[in-house]
Ligand binder design. Structure first.
Ligand code: ADP
Ligand code: MG
Length: 373
């Protein structure tokens, strides 16, 4: 792992501990006929890292722009630290913003770019210099203040944008796909750096991405958006392991969807009929619809060579593909095509027999959900 260049030194935010709450109440935005955001309710607690995750066009940027004050909402209210800010211009909302295109001024040095945020806020010149230099230091660019944006790499420009967003000690940070222009390795490094910085500052972050892995890696809470609405929200592992619909399950990663009928529901658990896979006890979140399925992630299916207690079935191996860190097996069981993933180190070198295998899973890793599609 690459060492973090962002300082993890706690920066005193005395008296600021309860700041940075962002609240949206029934916020909507339409562009003519297009309802981009549809009655959104959302609360970001002080110090919380919340990610809006959704496909392109789901309303993430529009939501961000309304919080920042660059777009006017057509209904509802935005509150920061409990105070409605609907009529305040962006600069008076005290929010640090980084957009996908960093929008650094090309003719200004890195230092001047960061200073600009303070100039706009009428901070005296001498203090401005010092604070901008400190902010650049904090993001590991202390020695590069003189460079123009074109003399900096994509990752460095991104850090300048971050310094500019942080330099005036905002109540919260809004980051809209800030890593989209970076390659995979740099993106992962920046993810860790932003996370470290956020924790050390104790600052709340509203983050936007369409990348599930990025959302999983960074968030305290993921808010999944589709067509301008929130379809599910919760801690990353919760949304991943307990999706309410097949759409959410598939958007967050690979999964096995097995259509089922409900035999019995009792609170957190249900008994379902999986057809050829028999009866199974599964997790239930009470989602209701017309058609149901059970979602089991490929890494939650297990092979054994003989029948075991609990949920399971005989299986036939169709193919095994080594993907480096993991091996992907395709199999059929009870008339269903399933995918099973295991770590290469667990798979070993010996080939699995094609017939006579048993596939099983833990009841708490199988989730009852609503089939939308
Ligand atoms: N300025 C605009 N004029 C008209 N439609 C817009 C405008 N901005 C966004 N939209 C529409 O609003 C919807 C949400 O867009 P956006 O918030 O940018 O989504 P995301 O950031 O999730 O990709 C899309 O259907 C998009 O086409
Ligand atoms: Mg967007």
């Amino acid at each position: 792992m690459t060492a973090s260049v962002v300082s993890a030194e706690p920066i005193s935010r005395a008296g600021n501990a309860t700041h940075g709450a962002i609240e949206l109440r029934q916020v909507s935005k339409s562009y003519g006929d297009v309802l981009a955001v549809d009655q959104l309710d959302l609360m970001v607690q002080p110090g919380e890292f919340v990610t809006l995750l959704g496909p392109s066009g789901s309303g993430k940027t529009t939501t961000m722009m309304m919080v920042a004050g660059f777009e006017e909402h057509t209904a509802g209210s935005v509150l920061i630290d409990g105070r409605p800010v609907d009529t305040l211009p962006p600069r008076e909302r005290n929010l640090g913003v980084v957009f996908q295109n960093y929008a650094l001024f090309p003719h200004m040095s890195a230092l001047e770019n960061v200073e600009f945020a303070l100039r706009m806020r009428k901070v005296p010149r001498a203090e401005r210099r010092q604070r901008a230099a400190d902010a650049l230091d904090r993001v590991g660019l202390g020695k590069m203040g003189d460079r123009k944006p074109r003399q900096l790499s994509g990752g460095q420009q991104q850090r300048v944008a971050l310094a500019r967003a942080l330099v005036f000690n905002p109540a919260a940070l809004l980051l809209d796909e800030p890593m989209a222009a970076l390659d995979k390795r740099l993106r992962e490094q920046m993810q860790e750096e932003i996370k470290t910085l956020q924790k050390s500052l104790g600052i709340s972050v509203l983050f936007v991405t369409h990348d599930q892995d990025e959302a999983m890696a960074m968030s305290d809470r993921i808010v999944v958006m589709r067509d301008g609405k929130i379809v599910q929200a919760g801690p990353p592992s919760d949304v991943y392991n307990h999706p309410l619909t097949d759409w959410v399950a598939s958007f967050l990663g690979d999964t096995n969807l097995i259509p089922c009928t409900i035999v019995e529901r009792n609170g957190e658990e249900a008994v379902v009929d999986l057809g050829g896979l028999g009866l199974a006890r599964v997790r239930d979140r009470g989602a209701s619809g017309e058609n149901y399925a059970v979602s089991i992630r490929p890494e939650h299916l297990k092979f054994s060579t003989r029948a075991a207690e609990g949920n399971g079935c005989t299986a036939t191996l169709v193919s095994s593909t080594n993907l480096g860190a993991t091996v992907r097996h395709r199999l059929t069981a009870g008339g269903h095509e399933l995918q099973l993933r295991e770590l290469s180190s667990d798979a070993g070198d010996s080939l699995l027999p094609e017939e006579g295998l048993w596939v099983s899973w833990d009841a708490d890793k199988a989730q009852l959900l609503v089939l939308e599609s």
